[in-house]
Design a protein around this ligand. Structure first.
Ligand SMILES: NC(=O)c1ccc[n+]([C@@H]2O[C@H](COP(=O)([O-])OP(=O)(O)OC[C@H]3O[C@@H](n4cnc5c(N)ncnc54)[C@H](OP(=O)(O)O)[C@@H]3O)[C@@H](O)[C@H]2O)c1
Length: 273
């Protein structure tokens, strides 16, 4: 239990996931969470589901908080930080999940040596299986490191990286769920093409991706070794692998991560100008 008061500024998809994770992990109680947003009817739904405090006034939410978590889109970050500026102080700390906005930019907007943590979670946080990387700004103390890690551990796995790596994290695990959805979709269609009913094909494709990822994780064995273990000489799998290799599956995925990383870097430069 952290027992801290937490403001979630912009309780949309990711903000709600964090509220759910924080409460499930019992890091703090619902009456110590303040969720803000622009639409009261949306916030009322959150209040009903989680019992948290709600407000359309970001300053009001931040005033109560030990930790202020920014869950708004990147282009709104400056506006919300300026709005909250007068109530923010250096005994609080800020965690941002906004893509591309650097700790340096946020530190300049808030001033007062307020600690800032920057993170890149992904959408799987919604089901507690997120992959989050976090990087620390220059005023963050060790105790705040631990708190930030605990918060994101409530919604999945956490790694701590230097801030210069966050664009690559965005290209890999931030955008990664979209790549895997395409793989699942294509495998479903493959099954359907070969005559499987769609619902059966869907169930098998999803479970195959989930089970394969879980096996890599729990066995701690390199995926290439696991692949070799299921590849019988002269069998079906080696024929499929040859097909995937001839269409460049691995190169395509490496290029996808690289190009998303480069785009993340470009967007970050624009946002922080
Ligand atoms: N979704 C992902 O996979 C993912 C992954 C990693 C990082 N992120 C980052 O997470 C952040 C949020 O993404 P999301 O997918 O959760 O978006 P979202 O569902 O649109 O949530 C953003 C929330 O911010 C609210 N908001 C807008 N302007 C506001 C203001 N001035 N003050 C307070 N709240 C305001 C929005 O309310 P209204 O709807 O009423 O406008 C909305 O509820 C983004 O910065 C994104 O880069 C997202």
């Amino acid at each position: 239990m952290l027992n801290k008061t937490i403001a979630i500024i912009g309780a949309g998809n990711m903000g709600s996931s964090l509220i759910r994770g924080i409460l499930n992990a019992k890091l703090t109680s619902a009456n110590k969470i303040y969720a803000s947003g622009t639409r009261i009817e949306k916030l009322e739904t959150l209040k009903k589901e989680f019992g948290v405090n709600i407000t359309v006034d970001n300053k009001e939410a931040a005033k109560h908080a030990d930790i202020v978590i920014l869950c708004v889109k990147a282009y709104v970050i400056r506006k919300v930080l300026e709005e909250m500026h007068e109530v923010l102080h250096k005994d609080q700390f800020i965690i941002s999940i906004a893509a591309g906005v650097t700790t340096d930019s946020m530190e300049k907007i808030v001033g007062k040596n307020i600690p800032v943590v920057r993170s890149m979670p992904n959408i799987a946080s919604t089901v507690g299986l997120g992959a989050t990387a976090i990087a620390f700004g220059k005023h963050v103390h060790e105790q705040q490191h631990d708190i930030a890690v605990k918060i994101f551990e409530a919604v999945g796995e956490v790694v701590v990286v230097g801030e210069q790596h966050l664009d690559a994290v965005t290209g890999l695990s931030g955008s990664g769920p979209a790549y895997i959805y395409m793989v699942i979709e294509a495998m479903i269609d493959g099954g359907v093409k070969m005559g499987l009913p769609r619902d059966i094909s869907t169930k098998l494709a999803i479970q195959t991706v989930l089970g394969s990822a879980t096996l890599v994780k729990v066995s701690n064995v390199h995926p290439a070794i696991l692949r070799d273990q299921v590849t019988t000489p002269g069998g079906t799998t080696i024929n499929a692998i040859h097909e995937l290799e001839s269409h460049g599956l691995r190169s395509m995925l490496i290029d996808a991560v690289a190009t998303a990383t480069i785009r993340s870097r470009e967007l970050s430069e624009l946002i922080n100008k």
